[in-house]
Design a protein around this ligand. Structure first.
Ligand code: MN
Length: 490
């Protein structure tokens, strides 16, 4: 990992048990943090065994002010009276995880006496600690289990990824090359709300400025970009001029994003004034490097693509901008086919992508170069962020990406086939009732749990469509959510 992002491990105690107990707790906490850090996506840095209100408050304020601290993990090895946590937890502005664990795995039958009980009373301490989180209605992740267990480390690591997504989101900038596609509703949204709730700065840059930047790109820069294309992809075209034009577009977009400190962008095929091709290969190759993209001006999906790519760093599987296109309604084996007119990220590719040049069929520009490939199979999710007017809603659906059942030799775009949970038809009904967009982020790396935790940290509404979903229950949930979110003061 190329940054210094980290998490803080804070252990609750008090003076009641004497200095020896505190020393033991301190030593054990350091040992646990060190051991776990070697197995987690980012270091868990042991900070202190805290005993007083002032100490806790100071530490939480320090966490707020440290840009590398992405969250605080607390645990009570002994009992830690929770009134002394009220000021600190009330001030904490970083994601919080309450880790209910224990130093020893088993109760030692012979050894156990009252000294042992005083030192090892996580079951006792974590309940007091849990109460104050509930009483203060604080967003938090609760993890329970032995700290060396694979499943527990996976849960903690998953939460760290959600918190890294939060950290990334707080400073995310999105460049809009043009405005949203005319007449379309779901790609619109309140950009001020998005900045308040998610931290995104979403700004417009004229297409004319992009064209000026493209004109200033040199042949040598394009040569270098073509070299990278050759390393990464096969060439299924001799039309080098068209591919070089994509390289020019990519170099210009990258320059503007770099200058603006942006990690996501949108464009709109209706707004390419002065450009000869819609960026296809250009956008796909940028997404391959972690940059978020949304078509037709969809900045919400662009932002979520960038965030989920950040959360997925180092994991197997792909994370990409996707669009539901068409169904295969074979009875009992219903499948959704997703693609986009060009911009499918090769992070999901099952084979080495091939650069091809084809006519677009819509718009009035020259045939663009694009990558063509099939998606790799595996369990995954699709995610959609929509603006409900007054609040944002995230919709997550469990899916199974399958090996495409057809060759589709005349389809000139990258394609992915999947079965949504609980089955295509119920899944579609649920998705439509929830208002999910046709644009999604599809991921076979980020889990639904990571997205649920992300929504909790962000304090936005979240709906999860699973193998157990029914239309009736989902409609009821949406109805209650509407009431709850209207009552909730933000
Ligand atoms: Mn689209």
């Amino acid at each position: 990992m190329s940054d210094n992002k980290q998490f803080w491990f804070v252990v609750g105690s008090q003076f009641l048990y004497g200095p020896e107990v505190l020393e033991t707790v301190d030593k054990r906490a350091a040992e646990m943090a060190q051991w776990m850090s070697e197995r987690l996506p980012r270091p868990l840095v042991y900070k202190a065994t805290v005993k007083t209100d002032a100490e806790i408050t100071r530490l939480m304020l320090d966490a707020n002010h440290d840009p590398d601290c992405c969250g605080v993990v607390t645990w009570c090895h002994t009992f830690s009276p929770s009134k002394m946590w009220i000021h600190g937890l009330g001030a904490l502005q970083k994601p919080w995880c309450h880790f209910a664990t224990q130093y020893n795995r088993r109760i030692p039958n012979e050894e156990i006496d009252m000294d042992f009980m005083n030192l090892n009373q996580a079951a006792h301490g974590d309940r007091e600690h849990g109460f104050i989180g509930a009483r203060m209605r604080l967003p938090r992740k609760v993890i329970a289990g032995y700290w060396q267990d694979e499943s527990v480390l996976e849960e903690l690591g998953g939460w760290m990824r959600s918190a890294l997504g939060w950290d990334f989101s707080r400073s995310l900038r999105i460049v809009r090359f043009g405005d949203n596609m005319r007449d379309v509703a779901v790609t619109e949204g309140d950009k001020v709300e998005a900045q308040i709730k998610l931290g995104w700065q979403v700004d417009y840059w004229p297409v004319g400025h992009l064209v000026e930047t493209m004109d200033a790109v040199t042949d040598a820069e394009i040569d270098a970009q073509m070299e990278q294309y050759r390393e990464r992809y096969d060439f299924g075209t001799d039309d080098m001029e068209t591919v070089r034009y994509q390289a020019r577009e990519e170099l210009a977009m990258r320059k503007i994003l770099k200058r603006e400190g942006a990690m996501a962008f949108i464009n709109n095929f209706q707004d390419l004034y002065g450009m000869r091709q819609l960026p296809g290969l250009a956008s796909q190759n940028m997404m391959a490097d972690g940059i978020g993209y949304g078509g037709e001006g969809d900045w919400k999906v662009a932002g979520m693509t960038a965030i989920m790519k950040k959360m997925a760093e180092g994991l197997e599987g792909g994370t990409l901008f996707m669009e539901d296109y068409t169904y295969d309604l074979a009875p009992g084996n219903e499948i959704s086919l997703g693609a986009h007119m060009l911009e499918v990220c090769p992070s999901i590719a099952a084979n080495r992508p091939r650069i091809e040049v084809h006519d677009l069929g819509i718009g009035d520009r020259e045939p663009p170069a694009r990558l063509v490939f099939e998606g790799k199979s595996g369990p995954g999710i699709v995610v959609s962020l929509i603006d409900m007017g007054g609040r944002l809603r995230m919709i997550i659906q469990d899916i199974e990406v399958i090996k495409p059942t057809l060759d589709m030799p005349n389809l000139p775009v990258a394609r992915v086939m999947w079965k949504p949970a609980p089955d295509l038809l119920t899944g579609v009904k649920c998705w439509i009732h929830a208002g999910g967009a046709h644009h999604t982020v599809l991921s076979t790396a980020v889990t639904a749990q990571m997205m649920l935790d992300f929504c909790e940290i962000m304090q936005i509404e979240c709906v999860h469509i699973t193998k157990d979903s029914t239309v009736e229950n989902l409609k009821r949930e949406l109805f209650y959510n509407d009431i709850a979110w209207k009552l909730k003061e933000f």
